[in-house]
Structures are given as structure tokens and as C-alpha cells.
Design a protein around this ligand. Structure first.
Ligand code: DLZ
Length: 512
């Protein structure tokens, strides 16, 4: 063939740049399920099923559109187990003039790809991924010479350059940010929407069987499996969100409720990140909904901020700072990740719920990730690399480019404040305010120290005390540090003793 076009598992978009100017008569597409990608962290079973099934459906759509697709299944006898091995085999088989690929989302894969041209002895063209609003070099241009790389500034630039939710040169409604309206707790509601769910078809059923056999040791519940696995299904799921949940998405985006895994969230991140949905398209649809009076501005702006602002910003940071970024550990976290992150076996109701639904669905929403599991790991001084690898493994939407800055930077403050202007920490009080977890917990959120007290309470003050050197002058922590300094010594000591006793139990592997 002329060009061998490699399409990776998170490039399932018909307009992917590797297919530009391609010719179905002369070019061959290669897609491969490979063990290296399925195991570089032990991905959740549901995540692997989602991706393999979505890949197989995408290959089928390409064939229906007239393309020749060489699709390598995980259990094909000659499967070499890696991208490089599969490209090498395809080059032998098809003797192409050149290999074409869209840049991968992860630094690890790009590093490997850079050797292919020499190793294979033929041209390897790596193209920019045009599915994003902002490519790596544009981000670098924005970042150049700035002392601080704040998301808010980047986001405003992106609003101006795309015109999304802009009225002339002014933001819709006159303000850039409606976050203050987006922090309400929610109540249990019989009419809470659910994400649209899909029955597994024969292709998905095959993959379910494969994953059950080959990835037995990986965590996570395989069934019920209900994710969208095609673009059409993902679009239907997104339209369902527009109709049913967007209206309340903003107001309750930080709320948490027992047994409510999704609340008013869109639950489209796995689809977006695999390429089944287009970020540009979903943003345009939300802006349309706002101007058609189908949702309030705080919902539309909150949504746009996540996709146009935050998602693009973390990708920019990732490519700006890798590979060193993955090794940063500003607060020197060193504790192993507690075993309950893999089992959900803890008496802390909030953690039990967040981890429990993660094991079931390969999904938790951002406040569960940030203020429950992330908050706990940060307060307990867990090694940020272990925290990072956990998030990368367990969430269906997690690829390193998006997950690493979110975990290591935003959640664990391991980059020393590049992403976040303060660490995202809280005592039990915040969790109690935003959820109904605490009223159903074995621990007492109102009890500050000692037996039966919510562990987040003592851990919070212990964290601040432990990191006074690094964080004591942070202006955004002025208030808590002032409170801490004013506390009588014996009160302080009670907090520190309480935290110490809890961490000793944790380290001894006892149930906490
Ligand atoms: C995440 C993942 C998994 C589990 N398996 C595969 C695979 O077998 N084949 C594939 O092409 N892609 C897979 N992926 C997604 C890749 O890890 C992802 O494309 C790269 O890390 C670049 O972001």
C-alpha cells in the first residue's frame, strides 16, 4: 500500500488528522488491541471493554465507508503486544511507502514513536491532533514569559479566540465566571436524571468475554456494561444530557449524594477523550441551548469552562512540562496508597461511596475525585505517583495527558502550585455541607478528635502543621493558618495525636 495509517484507541474520530488526504484505494488503516496499552497501568475492566468495543465499532464504520482496515485483536495468535510490534508486522505485510499517525495523547507513546522512522527505515509522519481548540505550540506561546499560568487567564483568551459565549468582545451576561452559583448541595430527588444506557451488542459481548478471561486480575465490575461504544450512541447520550440534566448541571456540580452516581453530570468524558464526541461540537450545542433558553447561564458557562478552559489547559500544561512533571513531589508524599482504594473497604462513608461507584462504573464525578479520594490522599501524605497511577487505572476517561495534571497538580499539589493556587484540602465539614454522606457514616463529622471522630478533621490540621514551611505563607491559606496559630497548644496536640493514631492504624493495615 501507499500509506499505512495507524489509528490509536483514543483517536476514534472520522475527521482525525491522520486520515486527511488519505485514499481508500491506496492506503491501509491499522488498529491494534495490544497488551502493552492495556497493562501499563492495570486499567479497570470496564475501561478496557469500552475502548476495545469502541475500537471494533469504529473499525467497522471505517470499513463500511470503504476503507481497508487491518484490525488486530488482543487474542490474535501473532499479536506482538505493542504498537511498535504491530506497526513493524504491518510494514512487513504491506510494504507501505510511509507510516502516518496523529500524535498520541501520551508522552510515553510519542517518545517511542520518535524512534520508528529509524527503526523501520521508512518515513513516519506524526501529525498534530486537530481535535483540540489549542495545540501544544499555541499553548507554549501563551505560556511564554508568564510568571503564572492560571487557568482563568487562559480560559478568557480561549473564549475570545473562539467566540464561545461571547457577545461582541464581552462575555455573555457580563461576567466570565459564574462558579459562585455552582456550589449548592443537592437533595435526594425521585426525578434525578440518569445517563442514557445502551445494551451490549454482539461485538461488545465478545469483548466482555475476552476481558473477563484475559484481565481477571484487574479491578472493577464488568457488568452491567452500558456505555456508548459508537459515535451515534455517544451523541444520543449527550443529547439526553442536554434535554434532561444540563439545566441543573451548574447549580449542583459540586454536590454529592449517597447512591446517586451521576447527579446532573454529563458523563461524556470517556466519550470525548476517546474521540467519539467532538469538544467543539459539544460546546457549540451547549451555547445553542443557552441562547434557546434551554439552560441558565451558570450551567452553560460551567460546562464551557470545563471543556474549553480546563480540559485544554491541562493538556497544554502536560505537553509543556513533561516528562519532568510526572516526577514532581513538592510536598514529599511517601505513604503507600491505602488498600481501600482498590476495594472500597473503609468505614469512611464518603470514601466508600466514591471508591465503590468507581469500582462499579469506572466513573466518579469531579468533586468525588477532588474532595474525597484526592483530599484524603493529600491529607494522609500519600506518594503522588501512586495516587496518579490509581486514577489513571480506574477511570474510563483517564489518559495521562488529562489525568496527570489533574491528579498530580490540581489534586495533590505535587507541582508546588503551578496548577492550583492552593491545595484542595478540607476537613469533614466541607464534605458534610456538600453531601448526605456524613449523616450515614460510622464516624462523627462533628467530633474533632479521638475515637469515632471523622478522620478528615484531625488530618486537615495535621497536614497544615506538617507543611507550615511550604504553605504557611500562601495567601489563600491565611485564614486556616491564623486559626491554627491561635489554637491553644493542648488543642493542637489533640489534633496531632489523633491524626497520628489514625495514620498508625492505616499503616498497620487495620480497617479505618
Ligand atoms: C487505554 C488503551 C487501552 C487499554 N488499550 C489500547 C489498545 O489496545 N490499543 C490502542 O490503540 N489503544 C489503547 N488504549 C489507548 C492508548 O493507551 C492511547 O491511545 C495512548 O496512550 C495515547 O494516548
Amino acid at each position: 500500500c501507499r500509506n499505512l495509517i495507524l489509528i490509536l484507541g483514543d483517536q476514534l474520530s472520522a475527521d482525525i488528522s491522520s486520515l486527511r488526504q488519505a485514499d481508500p484505494e491506496a492506503d491501509v488503516i491499522l488498529m491494534a488491541e495490544v497488551m502493552a496499552e492495556a497493562t501499563y497501568v492495570p486499567h479497570h475492566k470496564k475501561k478496557i471493554v469500552f475502548l476495545f468495543s469502541a475500537m471494533r465499532h469504529f473499525a467497522q464504520e471505517l470499513r463500511d465507508a470503504g476503507w481497508t482496515v487491518n484490525y488486530v485483536q488482543l487474542d490474535d495468535t501473532d499479536n506482538s503486544g505493542s504498537f511498535e510490534g504491530e506497526v513493524r508486522r504491518a510494514v512487513r505485510r504491506l510494504t507501505p511507502e510511509r507510516v502516518v499517525v496523529t500524535e498520541p495523547g501520551e508522552w510515553r507513546v510519542l517518545e517511542n514513536m520518535r524512534h520508528w522512522q529509524d527503526d523501520l527505515g521508512l518515513p513516519v509522519e506524526i501529525r498534530t491532533d486537530s481535535r483540540f481548540f489549542c495545540d501544544a505550540s499555541t499553548f507554549r506561546g501563551w505560556a511564554d514569559g508568564r510568571k503564572q499560568l492560571r487557568m482563568e487567564n487562559f480560559y478568557r483568551e480561549m473564549r475570545k479566540s473562539t467566540g464561545l459565549l461571547m457577545e461582541g468582545d464581552k462575555p455573555a451576561g457580563g461576567k466570565w465566571n459564574y462558579d459562585a452559583e455552582n456550589r449548592k448541595p443537592a437533595k435526594q430527588d425521585l426525578f434525578m436524571p440518569e445517563p442514557l444506557q445502551f445494551e451490549p451488542d454482539a461485538i461488545t459481548q465478545d469483548v466482555l468475554n475476552l476481558v473477563e478471561q484475559r484481565f481477571e486480575s484487574h479491578i472493577g465490575q464488568l457488568e452491567p456494561f452500558w456505555f456508548a461504544v459508537t459515535r451515534a450512541q455517544a451523541e444520543a447520550a449527550f443529547h439526553h444530557f442536554l434535554d434532561e440534566a444540563l439545566e441543573n448541571f451548574g447549580t449542583y456540580q459540586d454536590a454529592m449524594l449517597r447512591g446517586e452516581k451521576f447527579l446532573y453530570h454529563a458523563v461524556i468524558s470517556a466519550y470525548l477523550n476517546a474521540g467519539l464526541l467532538s469538544p467543539k461540537n459539544v460546546c457549540e450545542k451547549v451555547v445553542e441551548a443557552y441562547y434557546a433558553d434551554n439552560c441558565p447561564l451558570n450551567a452553560a458557562e460551567g460546562f464551557i469552562r470545563q471543556i474549553l478552559g480546563w480540559r485544554e489547559y491541562v493538556r497544554g500544561i502536560y505537553w509543556l512540562k513533561m516528562p519532568g512533571y510526572a516526577r514532581e513531589n513538592a510536598l514529599k508524599g511517601s505513604r503507600p496508597l491505602p488498600a481501600f482504594y482498590w476495594t472500597g473497604e473503609t468505614s469512611m462513608k464518603c470514601v466508600q461511596e466514591a471508591v465503590g461507584q468507581t469500582l462499579e462504573e469506572a466513573y466518579a464525578h469531579h468533586i468525588q475525585r477532588l474532595m474525597v479520594t484526592g483530599n484524603f490522599a493529600l491529607l494522609a501524605g500519600v506518594d503522588p505517583v501512586e495516587v496518579h497511577e490509581w486514577y489513571l487505572a480506574v477511570y474510563a476517561d483517564a489518559y495521562e495527558w488529562v489525568e496527570l495534571p489533574n491528579t498530580l497538580g490540581m489534586s495533590q499539589f505535587a507541582d508546588g502550585g503551578l496548577l492550583a493556587s492552593k491545595p484542595y484540602i478540607s476537613s469533614g465539614n466541607y464534605i458534610n455541607k456538600m453531601s448526605d454522606y456524613c449523616e450515614n457514616c460510622d464516624y462523627n463529622v462533628r467530633k474533632k478528635t479521638g475515637e469515632g471522630a471523622c478522620p478528615f478533621n484531625a488530618l486537615y490540621w495535621d497536614f497544615l502543621d506538617r507543611h507550615a514551611d511550604e504553605l504557611g505563607t500562601n495567601p489563600r491559606l491565611g485564614q486556616p493558618y491564623a486559626t491554627w496559630r491561635r489554637m491553644p497548644d493542648d488543642t493542637k496536640q489533640e489534633y496531632l495525636d489523633s491524626a497520628k493514631a489514625f495514620l498508625a492504624k492505616l499503616d498497620a493495615g487495620e480497617r479505618v
